[in-house]
Design a protein around this ligand. Structure first.
Ligand code: KG4
Ligand code: ZN
Length: 334
């Protein structure tokens, strides 16, 4: 089944052509980072407008690069939510119209489930069941995954998502938006042991997260050291990153133990973090567990993962209808 995937939930306009939920023929992503950078975060109205400009060229580009004529498409999959409503609507309405014109089925998929399915686009995917740590800008959670479409939420963040904490700390230090990538690079030049921030484990037997206190601890450090913190930025971000990585590593390994899973997946934008990848691999190795992390291009938002998740719904006979709508929050899924 050849599927066109479309993603417009936040600040990336993406399109991809994927065969049977695993073989990527093409995957293109247009980031709006430059547009939102001056505002220190995503401006929803600007995001929608940029998606409007980009959606047709991006789909054309994905089809062109795939070598597939649109008439050869079997279906269209598109992000339905969660995300920014105005941004989601651009991709969703385009997908409806495009599928209608081609007379093929289409399906709206959950963005978070799609992130988990990104590991199936890599060689050597995990066998079911496995536990997945989803760490992105909007969400942080741990799932017990029993099939491509069955997810039990074991725990999630009670406040800031991990990526959001990276972005807010970056903004505080004047490093710009988004902050994950720049902190990842700068932390490599610092010492994580010079400034030790608290590890927000909450209840160590539970899988919920809280990163807002850690972010406040960084803010307090800056307030207490107004004259010298600028010289300490690499050590500050290394200390902050190490605290986040410690908590994420502990919780996903604990989840694997509790569920008796030998395989773990780490997905979402923050899964690109070098220290997180290294630390989870190291601790998993010590316990004889296998960890699956997509290549960096598939950690961030992309449309190949949307096509992959959509494939498994379509295979089960799930299709969307013209009256279906997007949803902004995860608990609105129906
Ligand atoms: O999955 P994603 O592209 O979009 C959402 O669905 O939210 O994740 C974006 C998040 C941002 O908060 C960004 O700062 C973070 O992923 N991120 C990283 C890294 N690269 C991106 N965080 C830590 N280290 C990185 N290398
Ligand atoms: Zn995402």
């Amino acid at each position: 089944m050849i599927i066109l995937g479309i993603e417009t939930s936040c600040d990336e306009t993406a399109a991809a052509v994927v065969v049977d939920g695993k073989q990527i023929l093409s995957s293109v992503v247009l980031s709006q980072i430059e547009v939102h950078h001056p505002y220190g975060g995503v401006v929803p109205e600007l995001a929608s407008r940029k998606h409007m400009e980009a959606i047709v060229p991006m789909v054309d580009q994905a089809l062109g690069a795939s070598g597939i004529d649109s008439k050869a498409l079997d279906a269209v999959a598109v992000t339905r939510g969660p995300g920014l409503v105005g941004a989601l609507l651009v991709g969703f309405c385009f997908a409806k119209a495009f599928a209608y014109a081609l007379d093929v089925p289409w399906v709206g998929v959950n963005h978070l489930e799609a992130h988990v399915n990104s590991v199936f686009l890599e060689p050597d995917p995990p066998p079911f069941p496995f536990v997945a740590l989803l760490v992105s800008g909007g969400h942080t959670g741990i799932y017990h995954v029993t099939s491509h479409t069955d997810f039990e939420l074991m725990g999630q963040t009670r406040d800031d998502a991990a990526g959001e904490a990276f972005d807010k700390v970056s903004k505080m230090l004047g490093l710009g938006y988004p902050g994950g990538d720049v902190i990842d690079r700068l932390a490599g030049q610092g010492d994580p042991k010079t400034i030790v921030f608290p590890r927000p484990f909450l209840d160590k037997t539970m899988f919920d997260f809280s990163f807002s206190g850690l972010k406040t601890a960084v803010r307090r450090y800056i307030e207490i050291h107004p004259d010298d913190y600028l010289q300490q930025v690499p050590d500050i971000v290394a200390g902050f990153q190490e605290a986040v990585v410690d908590v994420l590593t502990y919780k996903i390994l604990h989840a694997a133990t509790v569920k008796g899973c030998d395989h773990m997946a780490i997905v979402g934008g923050v899964a690109a973090n070098n220290r997180l990848r290294e630390n989870v691999r190291h601790h998993a190795g010590l316990k004889g567990l296998t960890v699956h992390i997509p290549s960096v291009a598939l950690c961030g938002d992309n449309a190949a993962m949307i096509a992959a998740a959509g494939y498994h719904y379509l295979k089960k006979g799930v299709v969307s209808g013209l009256s279906d709508d997007v949803y902004s929050r995860v608990n609105e899924k129906h």
